[in-house]
Design a binder for this molecule. Structure first.
Ligand code: ADP
Ligand code: NAG
Ligand code: NAG
Ligand code: NAG
Length: 454
């Protein structure tokens, strides 16, 4: 390095050649590096593909249609029911599109419900694979098809609430309120529940994801909306999920038709990143304060979040979302050092005297989001020439502070950092707005000029 810089006069040409050579070598090795990386990436994804197709049930349209057909047969036999069944099985208002994911029995498919894109989900393929409601079997055992005592709607609410608390890891004492509309609908029923209704409710409640989403529906916008169900399948709104390979952005292509990067880029696209980031911060605030227990997200990556058209962020994979009591349960492990206390993105510290992990999480949702999502969004390499703008520099610093601040104990500091990020992002959106308008103006004056020249 030093040697090349200190090139003595007279050696000037040599210095240039050297620099040129070094450039070549540099580019060569970068090229080789990229090639190597590409080859290993390709072979890895090839392996993964083989692994997937060998060990998971292959997802074919044929199979999906057969699964849905079985649901409808059982609906017609009166085994199961739901508000989606009529449209799915009789009216033909639910159109199967394609499968999204078939693994370990879980079925996820894209469909269109009266023109609205939805995702149909079930943890297991068959309705019969879910545990039946024990009370129904008890009634069967007690015999007498006519004179059996029926469950009152209030009983149903009671049992459902128990089941939900159990599934979410909440103590029996916590007075969890069921989603308002849901429990009202359950309670205000005049006639008793039919077998099919109870069986369907029970199949749904055995799916932690459904239970979680259903409970969160009226409490926050930041989870996917549950739109309906038929038997063990439930429909959630279709959202644009983030991509692992495209760290920059959620694919907004799903929504917008305008060409990327052209002069006609819409305002939405221009300031998409700060808007989505703001929604992430809003989500963090909600999950910290809005429920009776803090909600921890232990698997934070772009694929597990999605955005709506209005740029709100929603969690779509909530398998690793836990309320505080369950989080503490999970974290309290035997340990010999801190490494034993990492549960995916949720970590605590090892108390070496007791050889037990602390039950309180040390890092926070915000910290992990800053580290795994924001850092790459606002990194200098990705922003290019924009990165030097003062606001961007400040934002990079704030994100770095956020990554370095543990949220577990320094609650106040974490809050301050969140507010700081919020302020900077809002400013950034305003700045983009002004830029966009002045560019538009410039284009328009340009057009006027050419018109005058003519
Ligand atoms: N609401 C949704 N909108 C669009 N795609 C979705 C939605 N929910 C799930 N998906 C897609 O289906 C895939 C698997 O769903 P998910 O529930 O995350 O399964 P798992 O929990 O087993 O990872 C996701 O990677 C995502 O691409
Ligand atoms: C679901 O039911 C069908 C037909 O009854 C059966 O062929 C299939 O093996 C079942 N699948 C599972 C996973 O139990
Ligand atoms: C929750 O239960 C406590 C007593 O256990 C009670 O004082 C409180 O009002 C309840 N809260 C709600 C929202 O029902
Ligand atoms: C944890 O340690 C305690 C005592 O040191 C022991 O009794 C217990 O079995 C251990 N638990 C596990 C899961 O290893």
């Amino acid at each position: 390095m030093l040697w090349a810089v200190r090139s003595v006069p007279g050696l000037g040409r040599g210095g240039t050649v050297l620099r040129w050579l070094r450039g070549r070598v540099c580019r060569r090795s970068t090229l080789i590096f990229i090639l190597l990386w590409l080859v290993s990436w390709l072979s890895l994804s090839g392996l993964l593909f083989v692994h997937r197709s060998m060990f998971s049930d292959l997802c074919t349209d044929d199979k999906s249609r057969r699964i849905l057909q079985r649901v409808c047969e059982e609906y017609q036999q009166g085994v199961l029911t739901g508000d989606l069944c009529e449209d799915l099985c009789v009216g033909g208002h639910v159109e199967y599109k394609r499968c999204l994911y078939y693994e370990n029995g879980k079925k996820v498919m894209a469909a269109s419900w009266r023109g609205l894109p939805v995702v149909l989900k079930s943890k297991l393929e068959n309705f019969s694979s879910y545990e039946a409601l024990a009370l129904l079997e008890y009634q069967d055992g007690a015999g007498g098809t006519g004179g059996e005592e029926e469950l009152s709607p209030l009983d149903v609410v009671f049992y459902a609430t128990l089941e939900i608390k159990n599934s979410l890891g909440l103590e029996a004492e916590t007075n969890l309120s069921l989603p308002r509309f849901w429990s009202q609908r359950l309670k205000e029923r005049e006639q008793p529940y039919t077998r099919a209704e109870l069986a369907s409710l029970w199949a749904l409640l055995q799916q932690e994801e459904y239970t979680f989403l259903r409970v969160m529906q009226d409490l926050t916008d930041h989870v996917a909306k549950v739109l309906g169900s038929c038997g063990h399948f439930y429909a959630v709104e279709y959202l644009a999920a983030g991509h692992a390979w495209d760290q920059n952005i959620f694919s907004i292509d799903d929504f917008s038709q305008s060409p990327q990067d052209g002069p006609g880029r819409t305002l939405m696209e221009v300031d998409m990143v700060p808007r989505v980031a703001l929604s992430f911060l809003d989500m963090v605030g909600h999950f910290e304060n809005d429920f009776s227990h803090h909600l921890h997200l232990c698997d934070i990556k772009p694929e597990n979040f999605a955005i709506r058209k209005d740029m709100t962020v929603a969690a779509i994979d909530v398998d690793m979302a836990f309320f505080e009591p369950k989080m503490q349960d999970i974290l309290e492990q035997n340990c010999t050092n801190d490494n034993d206390c990492n549960f995916f993105d949720c970590i605590s510290k090892c108390d070496t005297k007791r050889n037990k992990c602390g039950s309180r999480r040390q890092n926070s949702n915000l910290q992990v989001i800053c580290e795994k999502i924001f850092r790459s969004w606002f990194s200098p390499t990705l922003l290019g020439d924009k990165a030097e703008r003062p606001l961007q520099l400040e934002l990079q610093q704030a994100v770095q502070d956020c990554v370095e601040t543990e949220g577990g104990e320094e609650v106040e500091r974490a809050r301050a950092i969140r507010l700081k990020l919020q302020g900077l992002l809002t400013q950034l959106i305003q700045e983009e707005l002004v830029n966009h308008q002045s560019q538009k103006q410039a284009r328009e004056t340009h057009r006027v000029h050419t018109a005058l020249n003519f």
